[in-house]
Ligand binder design. Structure first.
Ligand code: ADP
Length: 707
């Protein structure tokens, strides 16, 4: 694995990266300042060399001028050598010329102030100069040459002497190198500058350092080469005494003499070295300090972060973690977050375990079979109720295919269903919907079931859960109930229908009895006849009502559009006698048309409005019939200002024969509202009441809006 850099090394790199540009900038600055110092020093040395060269040339010119004055001497014209000698000696006095020599064109010295006048004089040794002066008639400054003089070396400044326009002699002023040495010393060069004055042949005449050693010696070949090429210049070389120097030089066109000044490189670089030293030292110090700091800081951060590793791992295992305060704010905040997260995790974990246990308890104790299968229809959960239902122990069911509990002819349907749920990705419209299906016990026995479905995607895997209830008993009971209801209905219908005729006969007989034998009977017998007659009437009413109740479901007509406004008018018309009798006020609002059985709806309305008129005391009844549009239905209401009904009886009054009053208070059979409920339910609606005792009631019913 690639080694990941530590925070320490990263910080160290950062420090180095920050310092490096500053260091480079300092080095560049240093280099440029060195270049400037070097250029300044070189220019300064060059100026000095030029000044020295000028002084040397002036020295030679001074000698030249003095000699020219002597050359015009009349003694020369008259060949009065004794007087000329004397004049020459006088010239020497105010001058830097060591001696004056007059040489004729044949090279014979004819006058020499170095000796007594009259003493024998030698031939000139500098024939080259003599030739230049005599033949070219030009003044000349010689190179350094060896003389018999005690100084050993000398320079001859020679001018031509003309007599009658003819160059007859060469007048020579001997200048000693000491004079040039003096000039050099007077120039007051800084002590470490190595300066030299040299002749046209490159021989040193004067030198600031070790003059005795180097006088008469040649300048370095490198310098000589430069001097022959250029009038002035500078270059780096090694001086005669072996010192590395930056040499500047100037050569005089006139005298061919030259001056060179060597600036020791060491003096140039001394500053640079000092600064480099300082820079290196400072950088090293800065780097060490910064790196030390970065290292220490990195260590602190690393330790703080490392101390989080253990709590983080513990967090992963769901353990309670408490991270102590840490010295780095961000790390500390992170640590506290871990602590908080751990507390939350522990809490959630506990809650999760609790809820898991609860769910487990529910699954284990559920009366319904609960079966969960994975994507390949293998059972992963099978509760005891499932085991009992399918006759298969839990441990045998887990891991086996779910299809073993489904009759083979339904396998394709089952697979199609599950495949469709998979497409829906665990979020299906089928969730919670109860479907009927057929199950198969392990012994092969089939039974009907009601089943709801849900699915869940967990870690990318889809699980399907079926909650199954054996519906065999329920269906059986339902069928039995249906049958008994039907029987009962049949019975009620037959009984009420068949009772009508004998009842009418009894009524008729009682009437005949009263009519034909009334005068023969006493009061008591007549009372009994009356009571029998009203009992028969009541019984007739009862059988009539019962018959109409039974007819709601047995005498059904197809639904048709019913205009409720017309219907209300009809009902009000039918109730005319009752309305007049009680001075009631019956009104209707705006009413819609609905799909329904008109005869039954008329019966419904007759009952409700009739009750509104009937159940009123101490005031004239006011009944209002209205309708409002609900959600996909019409809600009709019959409101009265009657006696009202206590909330305790609201549900009860819709049951058959349930009455709240005695016959003497309000006549009735207790079947009217039961008929109402049946009619409304047959139309797919509901009926209910809101009422305040003593103030009135509102009976409302809904009819689906399917017109
Ligand atoms: P019946 O009117 O023949 O007694 P119903 O089934 O029509 O039978 O009514 C059942 C009972 O509900 C009545 O006995 C009465 O006590 C009560 N009831 C019905 N309608 C009203 C009403 N509008 N106001 C007060 N009580 C009523």
């Amino acid at each position: 694995m690639k080694r990941v850099p530590s925070i320490r090394s990263s910080l160290a790199k950062l420090v180095a990266a920050c310092l490096l540009p500053a260091l480079i900038a300092a080095a560049v600055l240093l280099y440029y300042s060195y270049q400037r110092v070097r250029a300044d020093l070189a220019n300064d040395a060059l100026a000095k060399a030029n000044a020295l060269m000028l002084t040397v040339d002036r020295e030679f010119e001074g000698a030249d001028r003095s000699l020219r004055a002597l050359a015009t001497s009349p003694y020369l014209r008259y060949s009065d050598m004794a007087s000329l000698h004397e004049q020459a000696v006088n010239v020497l006095k105010g001058n830097n010329i060591n001696s004056i020599v007059l040489i004729n064109s044949a090279g014979q010295q004819v006058l020499n102030t170095a000796g007594q006048y009259g003493s024998a004089l030698p031939m000139s040794t500098n024939s080259l100069q003599l030739e230049r002066v005599i033949t070219l008639g030009q003044s000349d400054v010689s190179d350094l040459f060896l003389t018999p003089l005690p100084s050993g070396l000398a320079i001859n400044v020679a001018i031509p002497v003309r007599v009658a326009g003819q160059v007859t002699h060469s007048l020579v002023g001997v200048v000693l190198p000491m004079r040039l040495q003096e000039i050099l010393l007077e120039s007051r060069l800084p002590p470490n500058r190595i300066a030299a004055i040299f002749d046209g042949a490159g021989t040193i005449a004067a030198r600031t350092h070790e003059v005795e050693r180097f006088r008469g010696k040649s300048i370095t070949p490198a310098l000589f080469e430069q001097v022959t090429l250029k009038k002035e210049g500078m270059f780096e070389t090694v001086s005669l005494d072996g010192t590395p120097v930056l040499t500047v030089f100037v050569r005089s066109e006139k005298s061919r003499w030259g001056v060179a000044i060597g600036v020791p490189i060491s003096s140039l670089t001394a500053d640079l070295r000092r600064w480099i030293g300082l820079l290196v030292g400072f950088t090293a110090l800065l780097l060490t300090a910064s790196l030390g700091l970065a290292w220490a800081m990195g260590g602190r951060i690393a330790t703080a972060i490392r101390s989080l590793a253990e709590p983080a791992a513990a967090l992963g295992y769901g353990q309670a973690v408490s991270v102590p305060a840490l010295p780095i704010r961000e790390v500390n905040e992170f640590g506290q977050a871990i602590t908080k997260a751990s507390a939350m995790l522990v809490e959630t974990d506990a809650a999760l375990k609790g809820s898991e246990q609860r769910i487990r308890g529910i699954v284990l104790s559920a009366m319904d079979a609960i079966i969960t299968v994975d994507e390949s229809q293998i059972i992963v959960l099978f509760n005891p109720a499932a085991a009992a239902m399918f006759g298969c122990p839990v441990e045998q069911a887990i891991g086996s295919p779910a299809t073993r509990f489904i009759p083979e002819r339904f396998h394709t349907r089952h697979h199609d269903f599950v495949r469709k749920q998979r497409v829906h990705g665990g979020n299906s419209a089928e969730f919670g919907v109860v479907n009927t299906a057929v199950g198969r016990r392990v012994d092969g026995q089939e039974f009907t079931v009601e089943m709801s479905y849900s699915s869940l995607v967990e870690s990318g895997n889809q699980f399907h859960t079926f909650i199954i209830r054996d519906s065999t008993d329920r269906i059986r009971a339902y069928e039995a109930l249906e049958r008994s209801n039907l029987d009962l209905q049949q019975f009620a219908y037959v009984a009420s229908h068949d009772l009508k005729t004998p009842l009418r006969s009894i009524g008729g007989f009682v009437q005949i009895l009263e009519r034909n034998y009334g005068d023969k009977l006493d009061e008591k017998a007549l009372g009994l006849i009356h009571r029998t007659s009203s009992a028969v009437q009541r019984l007739e009413q009862l059988t009539e009502d019962l018959l109409s109740y039974a007819r709601v479901n047995s005498e059904v007509r197809p639904f048709a559009i019913v205009n409720c406004a017309e219907m209300a008018d009809e009902v009000i018309g039918l109730l005319d006698a009752a309305i007049r009798g009680s001075a009631a006020q019956v009104t209707a609002g705006e009413l819609p048309s609905v799909m329904g059985d008109r005869t039954q709806l008329v019966q419904l309305l007759l009952n409700l409005i009739g009750n509104g008129i009937k159940y009123c005391r101490d005031r004239a009844p006011v009944v209002h019939f209205s309708a409002v549009r609900g959600n996909g239905e019409w809600v009709f209401s019959v409101t009265d200002n009657g006696i009202g009904i206590d909330a305790r009886f609201h549900a009860k009054i819709f049951e058959v024969f349930k009455r709240l009053h005695s016959q003497s208070e309000y006549s009735g059979t207790g079947i009217g509202l039961a008929v109402c409920r049946r009619v409304v339910e047959r139309h797919g609606g509901k009926i209910w009441i809101t009422s305040t005792v003593g103030k009135g009631s509102t009976f409302s019913f809904s009819i689906p809006d399917i017109t």
